[in-house]
Write a protein that binds this ligand. Structure first.
Ligand SMILES: N[C@@H](CCC(=O)N[C@@H](CSC=O)C(=O)NCC(=O)O)C(=O)O
Length: 275
């Protein structure tokens, strides 16, 4: 692991690191905020959305002050494999390929060699973080935005003993039913929609609700709300399945990091109070 940068922030350190990922067969960057003190600290994994790298969250979400106060480590990986030989959307579209790994393990060529973000986030990255940083792996949670909200919810529902707490901003809750998800899943996973269910929060929650309460914040002025996000699909499935959740429709907020920054404190306190 190589440290690419480190700056002091609210008494702690905001770092960016790089390592050679075996899972993804490429070099990967990730950001880690470590508060002041000895640890071991509870750890939150933040998953960003389409077009993001490890930089968006650490520069726009304004999470460091409250993470420092609560004594939380926050890990924010890049959103896809990158580098020489990693295939991208043939038309360079923003919603597939580079910056759009969808936190799944691709099974279709040419994507399956590198696009294994599910294994990366659930296995390789936590193993590295636990080796290199003073974290308490028994107190880990996961949260994210949009495509990253989808990642956080699906990863929590499938691994709730490891990622014990979960929250999301403007998540894609039913990717099998919306254009972003249909494009990504048909390419990464192939045409058999039965294989998509394993990465669809609304479908997963019906089969395997968790014991945790999931927090979702969604802006009412989000331009992706009606076509891509559809939180009501998750709310209906979760209610039927007995999954505890809180869905807050936040009046007038859009899809941006201004929205995330406005409520990040609530999310950090939500996780810290449950870990
Ligand atoms: N460029 C696209 C929109 C891309 C976009 O809004 N990306 C969001 C996540 S969307 C779902 O995963 C984001 O977080 N962008 C980075 C940022 O710093 O805001 C378009 O033009 O429609």
């Amino acid at each position: 692991m190589e440290q690419k940068s480190a700056v002091k922030s609210f008494g702690g350190t905001q770092g960016v690191y790089s390592h050679a990922s075996e899972t993804l067969s490429c070099d990967m960057n990730f950001a880690v905020y470590v508060p002041e003190g000895k640890g071991p600290f509870p750890v939150l994994y933040w998953l960003s959305g389409l077009t993001c790298t490890e930089e968006n969250f650490i520069t726009k979400a304004c999470a460091q002050r409250v993470a420092a106060e609560l004594g939380l480590v926050i890990v924010a990986p890049d959103t896809s494999p990158r580098g020489e030989g990693v295939p991208d959307d043939p038309d360079g579209a923003y919603d597939f390929g580079l910056g759009a790994g969808f936190y799944l393990n691709a099974t279709e060529e040419p994507w399956s060699t590198h696009y294994k973000m599910y294994d990366y986030v659930t296995k390789e990255l936590p193993t590295l973080i636990e080796k290199e940083f003073l974290v308490d792996a028994a107190r880990a949670g996961i949260f994210g935005h949009s495509m990253g909200g989808h990642g956080a919810m699906t990863i929590h529902l499938k691994n709730s003993a490891t990622f014990k707490t979960c929250s999301a901003f403007s998540p894609i809750v039913a990717p099998s039913q919306v254009p972003w998800g249909k494009k990504a899943f048909s390419n990464y996973l192939g045409p058999d929609e039965k294989t998509w269910i394993d990465y669809d929060a609304a479908a997963l929650v019906s089969a395997r609700p968790s014991d945790a309460e999931i927090l979702i914040d969604q802006g009412t002025a989000d331009n992706f709300l009606e076509e891509q996000l559809k939180p009501e699909i998750f709310a209906e499935a979760a209610t039927k399945a007995g999954q505890k959740f809180t869905l807050r429709m936040q009046e007038g907020y859009d899809h941006s990091y201004y929205f995330i920054a406005s409520f990040i404190e609530d999310h950090l306190r939500w996780h810290a109070g449950r870990l």
